[in-house]
Structure formats: structure tokens, C-alpha cells
Design a protein around this ligand. Structure first.
Ligand code: ADP
Length: 273
């Protein structure tokens, strides 16, 4: 499902001395089934933008359309259906664990969306495998697990509702490179199997180069630019002017070569290899 922002503004603490325009007249489409990265300096409006996708925030002006869901300031119809379609994974998803067993925790989402217990349990078994854990873990308390296992369980819990859109708000920030790669692989596997759209907020430019097919650059509540990773990274002057530093093109050579048409970066690969 396409995600369309039609002239969306978001104002925090409206009509107070602290009024803040966090989004200013945003017009942008996140294409269905894309892997879209949202980048921008701290405070540029990335989280405010993505929190409109599952209705955590509603626009002060304008509308957000997510498939058949229309969200405006006043019309907040059926947020439950929206949240079933859009899974939101925060930076420390393990903080959201609360049930007695891993299985109950993973089943919580599907049961909340009126799926039968048998199907919810089946989803729990499927998702625990997808996140790379053994089924033995299902009857254990989530609080006995290691930090990495807890995080995987929490992600399995979001994916068990089979969202069509997954919003990832810096999910790999505290992980080492291997942990990051494992986590991103998990999301791309889910994306392929479920034809899902992924929206990733990140500061990791290597992640953008490796996984995204569409990039939206935010600056001071506005869209500074959008395009493929190679289009965006080629604007290095503009990116550094807004405080972003893409990795040296040489370093990106191999990743781009795997993913993009070589013609887009002819000199890069000549020099980088
Ligand atoms: P980013 O995710 O790019 O770091 P945010 O969307 O969190 O940016 O913030 C955009 C702007 O809105 C920032 O200036 C931030 O200080 C402000 N802001 C964010 N959340 C709130 C809030 N709850 N109340 C007031 N201002 C906020």
C-alpha cells in the first residue's frame, strides 16, 4: 500500500509560546513494497513523519493516506485496523515485552486483532523461526533471555500480526555490525515473503546504501530531497550542508555494484576496485 502525505504539517504545543512546526507542508509518497530510508539530522522531523504512518500522531494540517486508511486531524477512523496494517518497531523494542511467556507475548498482537488462538500460536511458531530463535524458547519467560534474544522476540511479536507496512525507527542503533546485518536480513526476508513496505529511519548511511531502494532526506521539517540511494549520495555538498555525511563513495562501491546499474557510478567502480 502506498503511503501518501498530502500537504502535511505537524505542530507541537500549538498555541503556546513553545509552538514548534516539526513538519511543514510535506508532500511525499512512499511507494508500496519499497524499502524507503528516511535520513536527516537530529530534530529534522524523521520520527514525527513516521509516527503519522501508524496514527501515533495525526496531522495538524493535511492528510495522510495509507492504502485505504485516511488520517486527518479530526478524522481518526479505525486506528485499530491501521495498527494491524502498520507495525512500528522502536529503537529498543524489548522494552515492550510484558507477558509471562515468549509465546503469549508474540500471540498478544494477533489475538488483539481477533485472530483465533490456534492461528496466533501458529504465527508465533513461524515468527520465532524467522527471527532465528529455537521453538524451545516459546515457553520461557521473556525476561530470562539475553538482550539480543529479547529484541528478537519483541520483533517477532510485531511481525506476527503480519503488517503490510513496517516502520523501523533506528532499530539497529545499539548493535554491532554483525547484529545489524542479521536484523536487516530478517526484515528483508519478511519483506520478500509478505510483499511488505519498509520505512527505515536511520543514521547509518551504509545501511541506506545496502538495503534502501528509495531515500527521503529531511531538513528542518521539510523534504530536502528524495531519490535512489545513488541519486541522493551523489549530492554530497547538499548533504553535508544539512549535517549528513555519506560514507566515502569508494567504500560504498561493492554494495552499489551489487545493487545498482553500474552506469550510475561509472568512475566510482573504476577507482574503487
Ligand atoms: P528527528 O526524529 O529527526 O530527530 P523529531 O521528529 O523527533 O526529529 O523532532 C522534530 C522537531 O520537533 C524537533 O525540533 C523536536 O525538538 C520537536 N519535537 C519532537 N517531539 C516533540 C514533542 N513531543 N513536543 C515538542 N516538540 C517536539
Amino acid at each position: 500500500m502506498d503511503i501518501v502525505f498530502n500537504n502535511v504539517s505537524h505542530i507541537y504545543m500549538r498555541n503556546t509560546p513553545f509552538e514548534k512546526y516539526a513538519l511543514k507542508d510535506i508532500k511525499v509518497t512512499i511507494p508500496s513494497r519499497s524499502f524507503t530510508a528516511i535520513i536527516g539530522a537530529t530534530g529534522s522531523g524523521k520520527s514525527t513523519l513516521t509516527q503519522h504512518i501508524n496514527g501515533l500522531l495525526t496531522p495538524s494540517k493535511g492528510t495522510v493516506q495509507i492504502g485505504s486508511h485516511h488520517i486527518t486531524r479530526k478524522v481518526r477512523r479505525d486506528m485499530r485496523a491501521l495498527r494491524q496494517d502498520v507495525g512500528y518497531i522502536f529503537q529498543y523494542p524489548e522494552h515492550q515485552l510484558f507477558e509471562e511467556t515468549v509465546e503469549k507475548d508474540i500471540c498478544f498482537g494477533p489475538l488483539n486483532f481477533d485472530v483465533s488462538e490456534t492461528i496466533a500460536k501458529r504465527k508465533a511458531h513461524e515468527m520465532i523461526e524467522l527471527v532465528g530463535l529455537s521453538k524451545d524458547i516459546l515457553q520461557r519467560s521473556p525476561f530470562e533471555l539475553s538482550g539480543g534474544q529479547m529484541r528478537r522476540v519483541a520483533i517477532a511479536g510485531v511481525l506476527a500480526s503480519e503488517p503490510k507496512v513496517i516502520v523501523l525507527d533506528e532499530p539497529t542503533a545499539s548493535l554491532d555490525p554483525i547484529g545489524r546485518e542479521e536484523m536487516m536480513t530478517l526484515f528483508t526476508t519478511y519483506q520478500k515473503e509478505h510483499e511488505a513496505t519498509i520505512v527505515l529511519v536511520t543514521h547509518q548511511m551504509e545501511e541506506v546504501a545496502q538495503y534502501a531502494d528509495h531515500v527521503i532526506v529531511m531538513n528542518k521539517g521539510e523534504i530536502a530531497m528524495q531519490g535512489t540511494p545513488s541519486e541522493v549520495f551523489s549530492q554530497s555538498d547538499m548533504l553535508s550542508a544539512i549535517g549528513l555525511h555519506p560514507p566515502p563513495i569508494m567504500k560504498l562501491g561493492h554494495q552499489f555494484k551489487r545493487r545498482f546499474n553500474l552506469d550510475e557510478w561509472p568512475t566510482v567502480f573504476d577507482e574503487g576496485e
